[in-house]
Design a protein around this ligand. Structure first.
Ligand code: SAM
Length: 226
């Protein structure tokens, strides 16, 4: 294993730009280049902190093709920071493939601790946080039903990501598979101006979110089967 870290995985804010650690800031300043999911979003963050740095696009549509070149450059001594649009790379975001490639090549990878949406959602929910499973986004079509059936007997707390326009449909599916009295929590727009935490049974949450159009980013935390 090479001594020096070659690739830093750098979590970035999920809304509130103050949620960037001092170390993340330093690594972004010191890296030779930043691999960014969407260079426009990262440029906004860097501008906020007065950082000028070369950005290399690294997203789900090019990662398979560019990993080899990136790994070669890291082997040749460059140091890169990987960021996604929000939160921690590799958590429902690109990153896993590159980390795995670096490990295979004996290149040292370091993930900084920092923002990610599911942790504040889990803690805010008040639902048991000692054992949980993170499901991220369920598949849209193929495999979704099977996944929900398999999860219906899960005793650990469950965490999901979902887009706002699918929220109600998803809550209805959860109610169908888990029972409408199952307790859950929907965290919307964490760390942002219109942050909302709604807690209650799935039935109550469906009623609540049916009242007006759902906007913003969402994490759903569901109590495990008792
Ligand atoms: N890498 C990110 C992380 O560490 O959480 C997740 C990226 S994933 C593409 C985007 C999803 O994360 C959103 O659809 C939403 O489910 C969740 N998310 C991100 N920011 C959020 C926020 N401020 N409030 C609630 N959910 C958020």
């Amino acid at each position: 294993m090479s001594e020096k870290t070659r690739l830093y995985i750098v979590p970035t804010p999920i809304g509130n730009l103050e949620d960037l650690t001092f170390r993340a800031l330093r690594i972004l300043k010191e890296a030779d280049a930043i691999l960014a999911e969407d260079t426009r979003i990262t440029t906004r963050l860097l501008k906020h902190y007065g950082i000028e740095k070369k950005l290399i696009p690294h997203h789900q549509f090019n990662e398979h093709k560019t990993i080899e070149t990136i790994v070669d450059r890291l082997k040749n001594g460059e140091i890169f920071a990987l960021v996604s649009d929000a939160g921690t790379p590799a958590i429902s975001d690109p990153g896993f493939l590159l980390v795995r490639a670096c490990i295979r090549e004996d290149l040292k990878v370091e993930c900084l601790p920092g923002p990610t949406a599911f942790v504040p959602a889990l803690v805010n929910s008040g639902i048991a946080a000692d054992h949980f499973i993170f499901e991220g986004f369920l598949p849209h079509k193929k495999g979704r039903q099977t996944r929900l059936i398999n999860l219906s007997n899960e005793e650990r707390t469950l965490i999901f990501y979902e887009s706002p326009h699918r929220l109600i449909k998803f809550l209805v599916q959860l109610a169908e598979h888990f029972g409408e009295e199952r307790y859950a929590c929907v965290c919307r727009e964490l760390t942002k101006m219109y942050e909302e935490t709604a807690r209650g049974t799935l039935k109550e949450l469906i009623e609540h979110f049916t009242k007006k159009p759902v906007k913003g980013e969402i994490v759903i935390v569901v109590r495990g089967k008792e």
